[in-house]
Design a protein around this ligand. Structure first.
Ligand code: ATP
Length: 331
């Protein structure tokens, strides 16, 4: 990404017409440099109109993330998380894992305007658009060892869904183990990565990518149906308010998880399970698939599958869940 793209977009982010000359003057560069900085910004998911002789105009204004604003909302709720906003990073999870290894504090949150290499599970890509997505990671340190963290990504999904519901989003479902869905379309993905060992302590980096308002082409890149919040709640949600609301809910869910684990949340999670009592395929990393009926989750968040050969339990690992109708649906 051109290093001047974001500074220029910040100057024209209000959606009004700005002359190239004014932008150039404000940044101390030439008009040609401004043109260059805006040349490829459609790759970020934004559209800038060039009005000959008059300047540049962003089609959709951008409501930028503001660490102070989010921090104030967290402070009002008595939630001691520290939020930092990065303009551009490869992946907030990768960056936070590196900082965790260097001793970053429990409760640090990194949110990014742009991720150049956003990740889902097993190195799968996560796509976002500037101003229309929320991508952030939270560092949570547990005293427990890795073995006590079963169901963590499910607890995170549930807390995120609850926060969105409280803001007016309806019809959210959870897809085991780590996605938020709306009518079969993916609304958000969660990636939990853990540093530590069997005896603990552990540092978990909890990454969330959420679609707020994304163009239809994103579904083409994602290779699967995509939902966004703007279509399932009134108005376009404010990203800072959204980030604060999710973090407040996550903070209390993680405090509870540290005390009680996933088991007490099991029934609540099951009630939102997108494929509950439905025929599914569970696809293993080597491509083998198990068919059966998804009949709930266990105390450690494992998927319980009823098959013709009996009942099986799958822990999240790299296993993927697919509706049974999607023939050959393994990736
Ligand atoms: P699966 O979807 O196979 O069950 P998963 O839930 O583990 O796997 P993730 O790793 O969470 O998937 O997310 C990565 C996948 O999500 C990508 O392979 C892509 O298909 C899809 N994807 C990427 N960006 C988006 C997005 N913004 N919205 C919805 N889906 C996306």
């Amino acid at each position: 990404m051109n290093p001047l793209s974001l500074p220029v977009l910040r100057l024209i982010g209000d959606g009004r017409l700005h002359s190239g000359e004014t932008i150039a003057r404000q940044l101390g560069v030439s008009r040609g440099t401004v043109w260059n900085a805006l040349r490829d910004v459609n790759a970020l998911g934004v559209t800038v109109h060039r009005v000959p002789g008059r300047g540049y105009q962003l089609v959709e204004p951008i409501h930028w993330l503001d660490a102070r604003e989010v921090g104030q909302q967290l402070a009002r709720a008595g939630v001691p998380l520290e939020v930092q906003v990065l303009d551009c990073v490869a992946s907030t999870n990768t960056e936070l894992l590196a900082r965790a290894a260097q001793g970053a504090s429990h409760g640090l949150v990194l949110a990014a305007e742009v991720q150049t290499a956003g990740r889902g599970r097993a190195g799968r890509p996560w796509y976002a658009v500037l101003g229309g997505s929320l991508t952030f990671s939270l560092l949570w340190r547990f005293d427990h060892g890795v073995g006590a963290l079963g169901g963590l990504s499910l607890a995170v999904g549930l807390a995120t869904a609850r926060a969105l519901e409280a803001l007016g989003a309806r019809g959210i479902e959870l897809k085991w183990p780590n996605d938020l869905m709306h009518r079969g379309r993916k609304l958000a993905g969660i990636l939990v990565e853990v540093q530590g060992d069997a005896l603990g302590p552990t540092a978990t980096v909890i990454g969330i990518g959420l679609n707020i308002r994304v163009p239809t082409e994103l579904a083409v890149r994602a290779g699967q149906p995509v939902a966004d919040l703007a279509s399932i709640m009134d108005g376009r949600p404010d990203r800072n308010r959204l980030l604060a609301a999710i973090l407040i809910e996550l903070n209390s869910a993680l405090e509870r998880f540290a005390q009680e684990g996933f088991a007490p949340r099991r029934a609540e999670w099951d009630a939102m399970h997108a494929y509950r009592d439905r025929p599914v395929r569970v696809v293993l990393p080597d491509g083998r698939a198990w068919e059966g009926v998804a009949c709930g989750v266990g105390e450690n968040g494992e998927l319980i599958l009823d098959t013709v050969h009996g009942r099986y339990r799958f822990s999240a690992g790299e296993v993927s869940l697919r509706p049974a109708v999607e023939a050959g649906g393994g990736r």
